[in-house]
Design a protein around this ligand. Sequence first.
Ligand code: AMP
Ligand code: ZN
Length: 138
Amino acid sequence: MRDDNCIFCKIAAGEIPSKTVYEDETFRVIMDLGAASEGHALILPKDHYANVLELDEAIAAKVLPLAGKIARAMKKGLKCDGLNLVQNNGETAGQTVMHFHLHMIPRYKGGCEVIEWKPGSPTPEELEAAAEKIKAEL
Ligand code: AMP
Ligand code: ZN
């Protein structure tokens, strides 16, 4: 399953060169060309899914085990102090390439500031109302 207009399909298939750190039959893991920190990598499934809403469940089940493997290699190899996993869905959420990908962003003490947000202060009623809207659709 691929989208001929999708750059990540072409990268995942090896048709466009990338700095690949890992590859198996399901995934390719590449270095992000716009790395937020040293070692910023992207896990790409080889099949095309626009985002997590479309991602096949069997593929999804393999994403976190692979992320753990890469994270352990990052910690040892890059000596990072921590790392963030980021996964954007939809333009409003900052997704720019519409092929599912999981960002793995190593973090270093005193390094770049990513994944920061100002905590809100919802009321218990607002939390309850939001939870009910989600639960109603599960
Ligand atoms: P997102 O904003 O979550 O869709 O992330 C897309 C990411 O892909 C960005 O961090 C880009 O720097 C990265 N990117 C775009 N094109 C390429 C490419 N050809 N090779 C590697 N990374 C890319
Ligand atoms: Zn694609």
